[in-house]
Ligand binder design. Structure first.
Ligand code: ASP
Length: 413
């Protein structure tokens, strides 16, 4: 049986066991969760998290070094960020439109006693200036992705400029990258068990009843995720990336199952990069640059959840959203999804920022917090797919660029 099949089986078994325990033997669930499901999930998460910082450092440094030319780096960077911004804006627009059409919040729901304490979100300026690490080692210790990316791009650039002078270091980094990729393969053998533990734990805690109460909200979020994947990524991959969308989703699917299991874009990074490089044929330098950046700042799934949640909460509390409030939601949700770290649950924290911006009650978050664990899984699977779609698009446009330059050079000669 192939690995993806095994992971899917793990997920399915996890869901069945979780629901069964929640319904028939809730007292057993706690014990089993403490000693089996929880540890299985944590072992898997820790194993892959162990690789994230070294992989990001090695692969981005190597990627930048092999791009070499600063012009090329700027062009790829520009295209990547442009793709991220446009797709996230489309994502949130789809989400808000769906929520207005389906109206998941027009239900009788008791909001008395709903309490949620908002945590402070960083300001936009803070987010930008703190990208430069004052101490790169500390950035690695803390796992601060944007800072590690920033440092790695600089080191890679220096390696490219120094060429022969620093070729030994380039080799060490190349070999470091190979070691990490080998370890990804090894660790993935444990993925089915991890997936089982993570799903049993999440579903067992919530149970079917917990999900039924929020069914409409969940349906709208998931519908938004599916539409965005099919329409936005499907057409981007087809028209800009010159790849059959079905083939794209089929080949990237294994990474999506891991994103789903872990609810963390950055934990899934080692696997999503490997899948893009080996299955989608994205050149290493491009994948190494686009995907870590995407796992940190590109969160379309999160933006979709935030869009639906905002309209949902407005409907529950009977607040009319004006047109300018909606534009505000789009803007802040795009920023919030950039500021959201690729780890479980942060999207919900950043939702507080969006709600405050349009004067909606932050306590509304208490209504959706219960099912967020499950939705976090689904949106993370989409988040990492967006990064892969971008990598495919950037690599195709770069190929075209190089081809046209070659023809130009030939014409001149
Ligand atoms: N868990 C999401 C991710 O890592 C972020 C979020 O929406 O909470 O992609």
């Amino acid at each position: 049986m192939k690995l993806t099949g095994k992971i899917l089986l793990g997920l399915l078994l996890g869901a069945v066991v979780g629901i069964a325990l929640h319904t028939f033997a809730p007292q057993w669930f706690t014990t089993l969760d403490t000693y089996i499901f929880g540890p299985l999930g944590t072992i898997f998460l820790n194993l892959i998290k162990m690789l994230v910082v070294p992989i990001v450092f090695f692969s981005i440094t190597l990627g930048t070094a092999s791009l070499g030319d600063p012009k090329k780096l700027g062009r790829i960077g520009g295209k990547t960020i442009g793709f991220f911004l446009v797709t996230t804006t489309i994502a949130i627009t789809i989400a808000i439109s769906l929520a207005f059409i389906i109206q998941p919040g027009n239900i009788d729901i008791d909001t008395t006693g709903a309490e949620y304490e908002a945590q402070e979100a960083p300001t936009v300026v803070e987010t930008f200036t703190s990208i430069i690490p004052t101490n790169p080692i500390q950035a690695m210790v803390e796992g601060n992705m944007l800072q590690i990316i920033f440092f790695s791009v600089f080191v890679g650039f220096a390696l490219a400029m120094l060429g022969k002078k620093a070729e030994n270091v380039t080799k060490v980094i190349e070999q470091g990258n190979d070691i990490m990729m080998y370890l990804v393969n090894l660790i993935m053998k444990f993925a089915p068990y991890g997936a089982f533990g993570l799903l049993a734990s999440a579903v067992g805690e919530l149970g079917l009843d917990g999900m039924r109460a929020m069914l409409m909200y969940m349906v709208v979020v998931v519908l938004g995720l599916v539409l965005h994947a099919v329409i936005t990524y499907g057409s981007a991959v087809k028209f800009l990336g010159n790849m059959n969308p079905i083939e794209f989703f089929k080949k990237f699917f294994p990474a999506m199952t891991v994103g789903f299991s872990t609810s963390s874009s950055s934990s899934t990074l080692p696997i999503s990069m490997k899948t893009a490089q080996e299955k989608l044929n994205v050149p290493k330098p491009i994948s190494s640059f686009v995907q870590p950046l995407g796992a940190t700042i590109n969160m379309d799934g999160t933006a979709i959840m935030q869009g639906v949640a905002t309209v949902f909460i407005a409907q529950v509390y009977n607040v009319d959203l004006t047109f300018s409030a909606i534009i505000m939601v789009i803007l802040t949700a795009v920023l919030a999804s950039i500021g959201t770290a690729g780890v479980p649950g942060v999207g919900l924290i950043m939702l507080a920022m969006v709600l405050t911006q349009v004067n909606l009650p932050v306590e509304g978050i208490a209504l959706i917090i219960g099912i967020d664990r499950i939705l976090d899984m689904t949106r993370t699977a989409l988040n990492i797919t967006g990064d892969a779609a971008c990598a495919v698009v950037v690599s195709e446009t770069e190929k075209k660029h190089e081809d046209s330059q070659l023809t130009e050079e030939r014409m001149e000669a």
